[in-house]
Write a protein that binds this ligand. Structure first.
Ligand code: ADP
Ligand code: MG
Length: 453
């Protein structure tokens, strides 16, 4: 018979349970743990943890913001998987607790086998889990803000979800375009199928085609045996989210148009067309009409895409949502960082509302995260937002002096593109400059101006 609250008994049945205090000395070790690491339970108490168990990682959590960690131990010819968690009192780390999840290779293999079985089983369970995960992270409920603009946005999302048309989401960087795309998908009849994402700016022309449309066996040297599905095929039955659609290489634009009109695609090197049933949601932070005028985007594709447009408002036009966004981010970070911030000083909101937010919600989240690193207790205070200054010299408004919001965004886009191209060409600047259609000296100039090493 199990006796209510027989905690001693319960503790004895946790695998590998150990507790250290803030000095890293062992204060508790259950019998199971002592037996497993072949130590005397009594003699271990009071000793520094690595004297008792040399490979220990517990002491690493005494310092820093990492509240929880799970890792392997390989020790004494055996393997275990353990979780360590900070123990906190009044916001201060007073120790670390550790327990094992797995203590032998066989159970690890069991788990991997079960996982493989589940995958084979039409990936049903796996997919379900994924859907839940996605729902918790990316559904309309996670769209924060009660301003009129946000409520209008929700209505548009619901309308778009009820239809099967192509949607274009416009808005500045960091406004939540991707979140909106996820929300539409998860409210639509396609929610049980996949949401596949591709960023049109991420690939040079030659690679982009196979990413979008896939390739057949032997389509080019180095092609994978058996060919490869493109994102269109992967999204079959579901939604394909094309981010930065304005950057779609010219060469591919007619192929995208064909996919939209004929509902079929051609793999690179393929002989026959493949039917696909895909709903397209595209996002852009550039004006597609301007791109059409400049001859960089096909007019026919523009009209085919431009069925349903949703414009996501910038943060500066809905500053009344700011407190709610800040609290939401704090709640996430409390969990991640093991903190317990429950309120925010009014001066913080006054300060944040003075800024123009060129990077929108993404930038707000980053700034809150930085401040959270300095925070302790239960209140987020203004001083955490400018810890480097004597009396607040470095503030957000002076950040804006870097240029207009548009300049900042342009510079960031340019920096990202150059870094990406350099990565693709493994740092070869001649090739990168060629791809970017600029001279080598200009590339060097840009790199130094944008702080690229
Ligand atoms: N209304 C919102 N409510 C909650 N989080 C938001 C909102 N808008 C944006 N975010 C968050 O801001 C970050 C940037 O959003 P994202 O959709 O990637 O922006 P974009 O694609 O427009 O650049 C993400 O972490 C996202 O979850
Ligand atoms: Mg985005």
């Amino acid at each position: 018979m199990i006796i209510d609250r027989d905690f001693e008994f319960f503790l004895e049945n946790i695998l590998g349970l150990m507790v250290i205090n803030e000095e890293g000395n062992v204060v508790y070790m259950n019998r199971q743990c002592a037996d497993y690491i072949k130590m005397d339970q009594g003699k271990s108490i009071g000793k520094y943890i690595t004297e008792v168990f040399p490979p220990s990682k517990m002491q690493n959590l005494l310092k820093g913001n990492k509240a929880i960690n799970t890792d392997f131990y390989f020790h004494d010819g055996r393997m275990s998987v353990s979780t360590q968690a900070q123990l906190k009192k009044d916001g201060k780390v007073v120790g670390v607790i550790e327990y094992d999840i797995i203590q032998d290779l066989n159970s690890l293999e069991d788990i991997l086998d079960k996982y493989a079985l589940v995958l084979n089983d039409e990936m049903k369970y796996y997919r379900e889990q994924f859907r839940n995960l996605r729902r918790t992270k990316y559904s309309i409920e996670n769209l924060i803000g009660n301003s009129k603009k946000m409520n209008d946005l929700r209505k548009q999302i619901e309308m778009a979800a009820a239809s099967n048309s192509t949607v274009i989401i416009t808005g500045e960087t960091g406004t939540g375009k991707e979140l909106v795309a996820h929300s539409i998908h998860n409210l639509s009849s396609r929610k049980l199928s996949g949401f596949v994402k591709i960023n049109a700016a991420n690939f040079p022309e030659t690679l982009a085609e196979s990413e979008f449309f896939g390739y057949e066996d032997g389509a080019f040297t180095g092609a994978k045996k058996g060919g490869k599905k493109g994102k269109f095929e992967l999204a079959d039955g579901g939604t394909l989210f094309i981010d930065e659609v304005s950057q779609m290489p010219m060469l591919l634009q007619p192929k995208l148009l064909r996919a939209l009109q004929e509902h079929e695609i051609d793999r690179l090197g393929g002989e026959k067309s493949i039917p696909v049933n895909v709903r397209i949601i595209a996002a852009t932070n550039e004006d597609l009409r301007d791109m059409v005028k400049a001859g960089k985007f096909r007019e026919d594709l523009f009209y085919r895409l431009n069925v349903f447009t949703i414009d996501v408002p910038p943060l500066r036009e809905r500053l009344e949502d700011l407190p709610e966004l800040v609290m939401y981010r704090i709640e996430q970070l409390n969990l991640e960082m093991g903190k317990n911030i429950l309120k925010v000083d009014d001066s913080v909101y006054a300060y944040l509302k003075k800024y123009t937010w060129p990077g929108n919600v993404r930038e707000l989240y980053n700034i809150v995260e930085k401040a959270m690193n300095y925070a302790n207790g239960d209140t987020l205070k203004l001083e955490y937002f400018r810890p480097d200054s004597k009396n607040g010299a470095m503030d957000l408004v002076s950040l804006s002096k870097l240029g207009t919001p548009i300049d900042i965004v342009k510079r960031e886009a340019e920096r990202k593109l150059i870094m990406h191209v350099l990565e693709i060409y493994k740092g070869n600047k001649t090739k990168a400059a060629e791809y970017l259609k600029i001279s080598r000296p200009l590339l060097y100039q840009k790199m130094s101006r944008l702080g690229i090493k």
